[in-house]
Design a protein around this ligand. Structure first.
Ligand code: HEC
Ligand code: HEC
Length: 287
């Protein structure tokens, strides 16, 4: 009996040692790809996302939320949002700046966050930031009052159309001209596009922050329609017949199709649009 116990303990110790050696080798050899152009694997993404959500929830629990539906507060929040958040998170009809498209993890479309997160969780994240991501802490740059103003504006965002946002924006001092590259005239019809390259490009234009897209890690938000079955749908955005050329046109310049579309122009290049279209056309199952 005692001998059997000893054997079991020895085996356990050996298993732990082997796991430690494997983990050390994994890190020391550099197996995990840290490039921001490649999304985390599904299990790592899940782990990081759940850990972040749980960490925020635990720490925001004791925060008291003030009244947020006050017009002055929302307007003040808009001014701060425009100065400090728009560059990375965009706004209804406005794309984030080019540098922000390249961030992994991707900056969320806060319209979706406003619908899903309690206000105090948003307050906590804005105040303290998120380690190992592009999300800055604002604690030393903004007062609590100002942060609540921004939260009030974020909470109000789902009710703002791109036209509303433009109207609010016109009342404000001019911002430096947007730097998302202008879309060049379409070139001659090129090769049909590369599915694998399209899958990678989808992460680089923040498509996953607004759409549910089968096969793309983390693509589970609902600012725009889910893209499952897009390959077999008759129309794009309800207006364009679903051809490859029209898909490329939509992806490159949605506001040319519909000036008030809530899908912003993201500066997608001709090649990337073709590759993304190639990927989207693999999504045929309508559920
Ligand atoms: C430099 C870019 C940058 C700026 C500026 C920035 N953020 Fe973020 N933000 C991020 C990134 C990247 C994430 C994603 C972090 C993650 O998922 O772990 C994020 C996450 C968030 C989240 C969590 C959303 C979610 O659904 O996961 C909130 C809320 C948020 N930011 C609000 C704001 C507000 C409000 C401001 C302005 C005061 C702001 N951010 C400024 C980059 C930025
Ligand atoms: C800020 C959020 C946002 C981002 C980022 C975004 N979209 Fe959209 N997308 C939308 C919205 C909102 C609509 C619905 C627009 C409309 O009908 O005017 C839409 C519509 C679409 C449609 C038409 C869907 C249908 O059912 O007809 C496709 C296809 C699409 N998006 C693909 C993409 C791809 C690919 C990317 C990345 C290059 C992307 N979107 C980035 C918000 C977004």
């Amino acid at each position: 009996m005692l001998i059997r116990m000893k054997t079991v303990l020895l085996m356990l110790a050996l298993a732990v040692l082997l796991a430690l050696i494997a983990a050390t080798a994994f890190v020391a050899i550099g197996v995990y790809n840290i490039a921001a152009t490649v999304q985390h694997t599904r299990p790592v993404y899940w782990l990081l996302d759940v850990a972040m959500r749980r960490s925020v929830k635990l720490r925001s629990a004791a925060i008291e939320t003030p009244a947020l539906d006050d017009d002055t507060r929302i307007r003040n929040g808009f001014a701060h949002y425009r100065n400090h958040c728009l560059q990375c998170h965009g706004a209804p009809g406005i794309a984030p700046e080019p540098f922000a498209l390249g961030l992994t993890p991707a900056p969320a479309a806060l319209v979706a966050t406003a619908r899903e997160w309690p206000a105090k969780d948003i307050f906590w994240v804005v105040k303290y930031g998120i380690k190992m991501s592009g999300m800055p802490a604002w604690e030393y740059r903004m007062t609590d009052q100002e942060i609540w103003d921004v939260v009030a504006f974020v909470e109000h965002m789902p009710a703002l159309s791109p036209a509303d946002y433009q109207r609010w924006d016109r009342g404000m001092p001019a911002r430096p001209a947007g730097t998302v590259p202008a879309v060049a005239a379409p070139s001659a019809p090129a090769a049909p596009g590369d599915v694998q390259a399209g899958r990678l490009a989808i992460d680089q234009y923040l498509c996953a922050t607004c759409h549910q897209i089968p096969g793309i890690v983390g693509a589970n938000r609902h600012v725009g329609p889910p893209l499952n079955g897009i390959g077999t749908r008759k129309y794009i955005a309800g207006v364009l017949p679903n051809t490859r050329e029209n898909m490329v046109r939509w992806l490159r310049h949605p506001t040319a199709v519909d000036p008030l579309s809530a899908m912003p122009d993201l500066g997608v290049t001709e090649k990337d649009a073709r590759d993304i279209a190639a990927y989207l056309y693999t999504l045929k199952d309508v559920e």
